[in-house]
Design a protein around this ligand. Structure first.
Ligand code: TXA
Ligand code: MG
Length: 325
């Protein structure tokens, strides 16, 4: 199949109405979207991604008013979070209505909903009379795409169209939150920092699954992995010294937060943010992993752990999952 890459949202809408899947830009990562109410279209998403059915999908839509038509209840804390951060990198788990197909939620009672912050995709969502089910547009287990080119490299030819919205501005997936009584839980660290959530709803609890868990299967340990071995460390220089008996410097790639290392070749190193800015680092992270994964001389990637605050936490989470492979 010849894949169209462009900005024609009317065409994207036509494909979606026909039950096709289309890659869409969001502020976090690109999604692989289909009509959430069309079971055959949702099946196509799983097939193209090679994704297991026990891993549920997020519903994307353009307004809280529409979300209210998919869920039975929106707690006050959820309204407060929508008000503060949507459109934005935030996904809420809310009790679903029966109109949401089982295949979208993997049979779970909650459905994940989010309003992405991207003009093209918001325009597309406004035009469609159905929500879009969309996981990240990568083959299952691989790094999420943050440009149309990343999507084309991996899923091109399997899908009719990639809506090209440029490079994602946030660069890591949305933060996933649930509600139970007065407890607000974070299930996936993401593009909205826990510290920012807490400014609105007070202290939250973390339930980050470290291994396969049928309640939030996207938390599989080896998610977001490059194909090469990745080592995550607080002390990169020492980690690299320990590798020298086995690997020449030319075979070692490096992802650092602020500064290059003196001992490795310049072209093997990617710095996420010279000024130590977490937003900039998040935006560059997946592209950096891809670039070093594709660079042939590199056999192993060393990544420097960031300070565990704000988006540093989500970045460390993705790096540690990549390292767990
Ligand atoms: O930023 C994002 O959230 C991106 C963009 C495209 O919106 N999407 C994304 O989707 O990361 P995905 O499928 O790669 O990860 C979504 C994860 C699932 O793997 C699962 O862990 C969790 O969201 N999830 C979805 N529905 C759920 C549900 N009903 N209950 C619990 N967890 C759910
Ligand atoms: Mg994903």
């Amino acid at each position: 199949m010849q894949t169209i890459i462009g900005t024609d949202i009317a065409l994207a809408q036509q494909y979606l109405e026909k039950g096709e899947v289309v890659a869409i830009p969001t502020e976090t990562v690109y999604g692989l979207a289909g009509n959430a109410f069309d079971t055959a279209a949702v099946l196509k998403i799983f097939k193209v991604k090679n994704r297991p059915f026990f891993d549920p999908l997020i519903l994307h839509t353009d307004s809280v008013a529409r979300i209210a038509t998919f869920v039975t209840h929106i707690p006050d804390a959820a309204y407060a979070l929508f008000e503060a951060f949507s459109p934005g990198p935030l996904t809420l788990l809310l009790p679903r209505k029966q109109i949401v197909p089982d295949i979208v939620t993997s049979g779970l009672e909650n459905v994940a909903v989010r309003i992405p912050r991207h003009t093209l995709t918001l325009d597309l969502l406004r035009g469609c009379d159905f929500p879009l089910a969309a996981p990240s547009a990568n083959p299952f287990g691989y790094i999420s795409p943050t440009t149309a080119e990343h999507v084309a490299a991996q899923l091109g030819e399997k899908i009719p169209m990639i809506l090209d919205g440029g490079a994602c501005t946030v660069g890591v997936e949305s933060t996933i939150v649930s509600f139970e009584g007065d407890t607000v839980r974070v299930h996936r660290l993401g593009g909205l920092a826990v510290e920012d959530l807490e400014k609105v709803v007070g202290e939250v609890s973390l339930q980050l699954n470290k291994s396969s868990n049928p309640d939030a299967p996207g938390q599989l340990k080896s998610h977001y992995a490059p194909r090469k071995q990745l080592v995550l460390t607080d002390t990169p220089t020492a980690a690299i010294l320990r590798m020298y008996p086995y690997a020449v410097p030319d075979a070692i790639g490096y992802i650092g937060f602020r500064e290059r290392l003196p001992d490795l070749p310049f072209q093997n190193q990617i710095i996420l943010s010279k000024t130590g800015n977490f937003e900039e680092a998040a935006k560059c992270l997946f592209g950096a992993m891809r670039q070093l994964d594709a660079q042939e001389n590199i056999k192993v990637i060393v990544a420097e752990k960031l300070p565990d605050v704000f988006l540093g936490r989500a970045i460390n989470d993705r790096l540690s999952r990549a390292a767990a492979q």
